[in-house]
Write a protein that binds this ligand. Structure first.
Ligand code: PLP
Length: 392
């Protein structure tokens, strides 16, 4: 007979999910309410307010889509695009490529602005794409490319879209709660995120927010949104403001308790304090890795503090190192993706995983595993270097 499943306690330092704090897991286990119970409806309103805080927006249409980040991505594209539209898609990693897929499945044309993996999106190339395709109605880009560990200039890209009377679609799955994100300040129009990265909530929910301009475009659509489930006009009947709530789908009630708890934790810490914590632990990790003799894959000015791409030293067996970390230290780090497979490791310091304990544990474990592989590293240098930053 099949029995219960008891997972081990891993330390999650990959590209997500991140460590979920006991407080959030505890919220998940509270009694299930009906999805139209007045108490649950009150909780929905609180979640909306907390998401507006986290996104730095006053957008009315701010809610958690009941499915993972990829569904939030799809929700933005299917609601803003119609067949025949032209969309400028900036791609500098895996997730930009997925945006192209979304555009084409909407019957629209994707104009690709490609940048090398490991580089940020080029504003000049995006500007040139608008000059060549002035009819483009949307500019889409990834703020924090989790596949490479690179941050792009979201404020400049959103401003560029506005200059050309286009809407912006912004992937902030890895940004929310980890680095500066300012939806209203940037003038971003359709923004989606995830729960399992810097919010350190369980996977499977996607916070989204739409500007008044984006809502106008949704309300003036002539084509039905191709996805029934993700059609925001229908979802608004359940999540919408003061009007009576109507059943659309059964909300993931307990998962939303968890999201609420993680957002309360973010509010209690303070957005700016959370960003500063991510920056501090990133600096300590980099100091430790460099003291060990390793090098970072991304230039310092574009690095994401929550996702650290590290060059794998020559002669080191990538998969063997990751297996040893997982099996002997219960510690997960990410492999390189696509063009970077076998070349980099991706070390996540996201949300609750962005802690002193995790930085020091990772450095000690990696040094031990690399030492046994005979890699040419400086033994004993990493922890003092990291500690010097943490003490500063
Ligand atoms: C993780 C991630 C996604 C996809 O989120 P899922 O929850 O896995 O569907 C999209 N974009 C970026 C930048 C991500 O890091």
């Amino acid at each position: 007979m099949t029995g219960s499943f008891y997972p081990p306690q891993r330390t999650l330092m990959g590209p997500g999910p991140s460590d979920v704090p006991a407080r959030v897991l505890g919220a998940l286990a509270r009694p299930t309410l009906g999805h139209l119970d007045p108490l649950f409806v009150g909780l929905m309103d609180e979640i909306k307010g907390l998401l507006q805080y986290a996104f730095k927006t006053r957008n009315e249409l701010t809610l958690p889509v009941s499915a993972p980040g990829s569904a939030g991505m799809e929700a933005c594209f299917v609601n803003l695009l119609a067949p025949g539209d032209t969309v400028i898609v900036c791609a500098n990693g895996v997730f930009g490529g997925r945006m192209k897929e979304n555009v084409e499945r909407c019957g629209a044309t994707a104009i690709m602005v490609e940048d090398e993996w490991g580089q940020p999106v080029s504003i000049d190339k995006a500007r040139a794409a608008f000059a060549e395709h002035p009819q483009a109605s949307v500019l889409a880009f990834v703020h924090a490319e989790t596949s490479t560990g690179v941050r792009s200039d979201a404020a400049a890209l959103c401003a560029l879209a506005r200059e050309h009377n286009a809407l912006s679609i912004v992937d902030t799955v890895t940004s929310l709660g980890g680095i500066e994100l300012d939806v209203d300040g940037w003038g971003a129009d359709a923004v989606y995120s995830g729960t399992q990265k810097c919010l350190s909530c369980v996977p499977g929910i996607s916070p989204v927010t739409f500007s008044p301009r984006a809502v106008e475009r949704i309300q003036s659509r002539e084509h039905k949104v191709q996805s029934w489930f993700l059609d925001m006009q229908l979802v608004m009947g359940y999540w919408g403001g003061n009007s009576k709530r109507a059943y659309h789908h059964t909300a993931p009630v307990n998962a939303l308790y968890a999201l609420h708890e993680s957002l309360v934790m973010l509010q209690d810490e303070g957005l700016e304090a959370a960003w500063a914590r991510h920056a501090r632990h990133h600096a300590a990790l980099v100091a430790g890795l460099e003291a060990m003799g390793l090098s970072m894959a991304v230039a310092a000015e574009y690095r994401l503090p929550q996702l650290n791409a590290v060059n794998i030293p020559a002669g080191v067996d990538d998969a063997a190192v990751r297996s040893a970390l997982l099996n002997e230290f219960d510690l997960e780090i990410g492999a390189g993706l696509g063009a970077l497979a076998g070349k980099t490791w991706r070390i996540g310091l996201m949300g609750h995983s962005s802690r002193e304990r995790n930085v020091l544990t990772l450095l000690a474990a990696l040094e031990s595993v690399l030492g046994r592989q005979g890699a040419a590293i400086n033994s004993g240098a990493a922890l003092p270097a990291a500690q010097a930053i943490l003490a500063g």
